[in-house]
Structures are given as structure tokens and as C-alpha cells.
Design a protein around this ligand. Structure first.
Ligand code: COA
Ligand code: MG
Length: 284
């Protein structure tokens, strides 16, 4: 379980060192969009070295490789898999088949000690085709740990001039976000909310992070260390919701039925599941 994921450019040693004290649960060293075309090889070497020597064992260490249609993915994996990352992030994932293709590629360079254990987080809404594939199901895969949605690349793919208006995602992006949530839950993996690009607007970030938790997301990605504390705060259940969850659990402990009542309101199994989820979040 993790709540915050921090993207760090794969060729930037200074930011990689800085990310260790960011408080992020999971660090994504990026070989894709934040690395210029001419710096891919340097980024592979710097990233492999950061996995071995810089990032502490207390954080989960992931690497975002280049998309499958770039022809760069296998070289990315060859460079970083021997340094035993906890997982690989796949951008521009167009469907469950891409997860299997990446998994097969990973197996070639995965160390014997880690065979089959290196996880995958798929970024699933960066293309129109990726969004359409979400409703079709079939996403269960032993390596898949989470599904993240992305808005920036999708805007480029759709030809949309913006992804939000008046503090809200516009319709095409709400659809992508919602389908990511449904597909991740159906596959029993973590739904992960996308980055908030305006890293100086911490109030806006807090609002989007609270909306993500409210709707069922388990975690949110970040691009700047200042965003991490805001994300953790937004994903921490309020004292009021913890009180409610404890009261629900207590109400069910005192009855041997599938229904109970609290302050004049009917409670049944979905309420108990929600309450247990809230309490699990404070135990993590
Ligand atoms: N990880 C680790 N450290 C970071 C960081 C990150 N993602 N983003 C910024 N920092 C560091 C900076 O190096 C700087 O360190 P310093 O005080 O020792 O100089 C400090 O945090 C403050 O940074 P700031 O000056 O506010 O921002 P910046 O102009 O240096 O960087 C970005 C802004 C957007 C370029 C930077 O946040 C970044 O590279 N983010 C990640 C981008 C990425 O990976 N995108 C791909 C996924 S969408
Ligand atoms: Mg991108």
C-alpha cells in the first residue's frame, strides 16, 4: 500500500538525492517524457546507479520506461532491471496486452532472486485507445500493482486544448479518470490519481487530492516534493470519518445480523466495508 508517488527525472542526480527526503512512499525514476531524446542513455545509467546507491530501502523504487512503440523499452529494461527496482511504470498503455508484453520483456533481464516479483504500474489513459480498452476488462495480471490515469498526453492525443476548467476536469478527462478507477477496482489493483501539474498551487492540489480520495482512489502521483505532504494530508481520514468508522464497526459487533443502525440510519454490509477501509488507511 502507498499513498504518494513522486516522479523524478531519470537523468537528474540532484533531484534523485532530494527525493529521498521528500516523504514520498514511492519514487518513480523517469526515463520517458522528462528526459530529452539525446539523454536517454545517460538517464539509464544514472537511474540504475540511483536504484543501487541513492534511494533508501524504505521507499518503493519504480522506473518509468519509454512506451512500447518507441523501440526504447528493451534497452531501458536491460539497464535498470539488474538494479532490482520494485516495479516498472508503463506509459501509454493501450490495453492488457501491453502489460503482458512488458512483463515478458521484464522477465528477460529480471534477476533470478526477483523472478516474477517486479511489479507493474500501468498508465492507462494516455491514448484514446487506452481509454476504450478500460471498459473491456481483462486487466488481472500477477505483476500489476496499480493503474494510473494521465491527462496531459491524453489531451495531446484527443486534440483537446485543456483538460480542466473552473477547477474541474472537463468531460473527456472525467470519463478517462472514472474508467481508470472502475478498471483498477475490477482488477483488484490500486487506482492511482494523476499528477497535478501546477506545482505552486497547493490549495488546488489539496482539492483534487480530496476529490480523488472521495471517489475511491487509493493514491496520487506528484511531480514536486512540496506536493507530498499535501497528498498525505488529503488522504488521511478526518477525525469525523474515523469516529464514524469506529461506530459502524462497534454497531456490527453488538448485533449478529447483516444490518445494524447508527443514529437512526440503516447500516448494512457496504457500510461495514467502507468503515474497515477507512480504519485500514490509518493503520498503514
Ligand atoms: N524530485 C526531487 N526533487 C525535486 C523535484 C522532484 N520531482 N522537483 C523539484 N525538486 C527540487 C529542486 O531540485 C529544488 O532543489 P534545491 O532547493 O536543492 O535547488 C527544490 O526541489 C525546489 O524546486 P523548485 O525550484 O520549486 O522547482 P524546479 O524549477 O527546480 O523544478 C520541475 C520544477 C517541474 C522541473 C520539477 O519539479 C520536476 O522536474 N518535476 C518532475 C518532472 C517529471 O518527472 N515529469 C514526468 C512525469 S509527469
Ligand atoms: Mg507523458
Amino acid at each position: 500500500m502507498f499513498t504518494s508517488l513522486l516522479f523524478v527525472p531519470g537523468d537528474d542526480e540532484k533531484k534523485q538525492a532530494k527525493s529521498c527526503n521528500s516523504g514520498a512512499d514511492l519514487i518513480i525514476l523517469d526515463l520517458e517524457d522528462s528526459v530529452a531524446a539525446g539523454k536517454k542513455e545517460k538517464a539509464r545509467q544514472v537511474t540504475a546507479s540511483a536504484l543501487k546507491k541513492v534511494l533508501p530501502a524504505t521507499v518503493q523504487r519504480y522506473v518509468r520506461v519509454n512506451a512500447l512503440d518507441t523501440g526504447l523499452t528493451e534497452d531501458d529494461l536491460r539497464a535498470v532491471m539488474p538494479a532490482t527496482p520494485d516495479g516498472i511504470v508503463l506509459p501509454k498503455c493501450n490495453g492488457p496486452k501491453d502489460v503482458q508484453t512488458l512483463s515478458d520483456m521484464m522477465a528477460v533481464t529480471e534477476t533470478t532472486k526477483n523472478t516474477g516479483a517486479t511489479k507493474i504500474i500501468a498508465i492507462v489513459t494516455e491514448t484514446a485507445q487506452g481509454v476504450l480498452s478500460l471498459a473491456q476488462g481483462g486487466w488481472v495480471h500477477p505483476r500489476l500493482a496499480g493503474m494510473m490515469w494521465g491527462a496531459e498526453d491524453l489531451a495531446a492525443d484527443l486534440g483537446a486544448s485543456t483538460n480542466s476548467h473552473d477547477g474541474q476536469y472537463t468531460e473527456p478527462f472525467r470519463l478517462a479518470r472514472n474508467l481508470c478507477l472502475f478498471a483498477a477496482r475490477a482488477a483488484d489493483v490500486m487506482p492511482i490519481d494523476t499528477i497535478y501539474a501546477d506545482y505552486k498551487d497547493l490549495a488546488g492540489l489539496a482539492q483534487y487530492a480530496r476529490d480523488a480520495l472521495r471517489d475511491g482512489f487509493d493514491a496520487k502521483a506528484a511531480i514536486h516534493p512540496a506536493q507530498i505532504e499535501i497528498i498525505h494530508k488529503a488522504f488521511t481520514p478526518t477525525a469525523e470519518s474515523i469516529d464514524w468508522a469506529r461506530s459502524v464497526v462497534t454497531a456490527f459487533e453488538s448485533v449478529e445480523a447483516g444490518v445494524a443502525s447508527l443514529n437512526g440510519k440503516m447500516l448494512d454490509m457496504p457500510h461495514l466495508r467502507t468503515a474497515r477501509k477507512i480504519l485500514a488507511r490509518i493503520q498503514n
